[in-house]
Design a protein around this ligand. Structure first.
Ligand SMILES: O=C[C@H](O)[C@@H](O)CC(=O)C(=O)O
Ligand SMILES: [Zn+2]
Length: 276
C-alpha cells in the first residue's frame, strides 16, 4: 500500500506542479480485479478503489496496518460509482446499485467485492479510518440518503448534496461520507470554499467525461494552487487547505472526512473576495 506523509502549509507554498501532484493526487487507484489503497497520514485515512470484473476481489490486509484483518481496528465506508455490484461482509450479501453506500464497522472480518456484469463493472470507492468502537454495518440506498439542493444556475454551482455517513445519518467513529452531483451547466463545487481544522478531507471525482477535466483548488485561502484531475482520481485535503473545484463540464464527487468530529456543518467558510 502506498504511503503519503504530511505536508506543512508553509512548505506547500514552494511546491510546483509535480510535487503537488505527487503529495496530494491519488491518480493510480483504478485497476481491474485488484484492490488499490493509499495510506495517508492525515488522520490515517486510507483511500481505495476496487473495480471487479470477472473475479471476486477479497479485502486483504496490509503490512502497514499490522492487523490480522483490515477492519480489526478500522471502519470503512464504500460507495459504488459504477454498475451494479455486491459486497459480502461476514456472510451477508449487500447489493449496491450506483450511488448506494455500505458502512462496515470495526471487527468485520471477511469482505469481498464483485460486479453483476463484467462489461459494466461496479466501481467501489472506499475510505477507511481508525476506529475504537464497533458501529453496526449499515447499508443505505441512494434514494434514502439525506439530500439538499444548493447553489444556483446563475453562479454555475447548482448541485445536489447527499449525506450518508455523518452525525445524523449512518453512525460511525470518525468517518463522514457523502457525495455531490452538479447539474448540467453547473461546474463549480464548494464555492465559497472552506477549511475545517477539525477534519481532513478527500475528494474523489467521478462521472467526469473522458475529454473533460476538473480544476481542483487547494492551499490556504490566501495562497491557492490547483491540480487538474481526471475521472476516478482523488485529492487529499489537509486541514489547512480549502477544497473546491471547477470543471470544463458538470461532474460529481464523493467527499469524505475523518478527525475530531462528525459535524458536517462545522466549517470555516471564506468569501470569494478573500481568496488569492
Ligand atoms: O466539508 C464538506 C465538503 O467539503 C463537501 O461536502 C462540500 C461540497 O460537497 C459542496 O459544497 O459541493
Ligand atoms: Zn470540507
Amino acid at each position: 500500500m502506498k504511503i503519503i506523509q504530511h505536508v506543512h502549509s508553509e512548505d506547500f507554498k514552494t511546491y510546483g506542479t509535480d510535487k503537488i501532484r505527487e503529495r496530494f493526487l491519488l491518480d493510480d487507484l483504478k485497476e481491474k480485479d485488484k484492490a488499490n489503497f493509499v495510506y495517508s497520514h492525515y488522520d490515517r485515512m486510507v483511500t481505495g478503489l476496487i473495480t471487479p470484473t470477472n473475479q471476486v476481489v477479497p479485502l486483504g490486509t496490509y503490512d502497514i496496518l499490522r492487523a490480522e484483518f483490515f477492519l480489526e481496528r478500522r471502519e470503512m465506508g464504500v460507495i459504488n460509482v459504477g454498475g451494479a455490484g455486491s459486497i459480502i461482509a461476514d456472510g451477508t450479501t449487500y447489493n449496491l446499485a450506483k450511488l448506494d453506500c455500505l458502512y462496515m464497522g470495526k471487527g468485520v472480518k471477511d469482505v469481498s467485492f464483485s460486479s453483476a456484469d463484467a462489461n459494466n463493472p461496479a466501481v467501489f470507492y472506499i475510505l477507511s479510518a481508525p476506529a475504537h468502537a464497533t458501529y453496526p454495518t449499515t447499508y443505505l440506498q441512494n434514494a434514502d440518503a439525506f439530500s439538499a439542493q444548493l447553489g444556483s444556475v446563475e453562479t454555475a454551482n447548482e448541485r445536489k448534496i447527499m449525506r450518508y455517513i455523518h452525525k445524523d445519518g449512518i453512525q460511525s467513529c470518525q468517518l463522514v461520507m457523502g457525495l455531490t452531483i452538479l447539474s448540467t451547466g453547473s461546474v463549480w463545487n464548494t464555492i465559497p470554499p472552506h477549511t475545517h481544522d477539525r477534519r481532513m478531507e478527500v475528494y474523489f471525482y467521478f462521472d467526469v467525461d473522458e475529454e473533460h477535466r476538473v480544476f481542483h483548488y487547494m492551499g490556504e485561502p490566501q495562497e491557492t494552487r490547483h491540480i487538474i484531475v481526471a475521472n476516478h482520481e482523488a485529492v487529499l485535503s489537509p486541514t489547512w487547505s480549502i477544497h473546491a473545484g471547477s470543471g470544463t463540464k458538470n461532474y460529481s464527487f464523493i467527499w469524505g472526512m475523518a478527525g475530531e468530529n462528525l459535524d458536517y456543518a462545522d466549517m470555516d467558510t471564506f468569501g470569494v473576495k478573500e481568496l488569492k
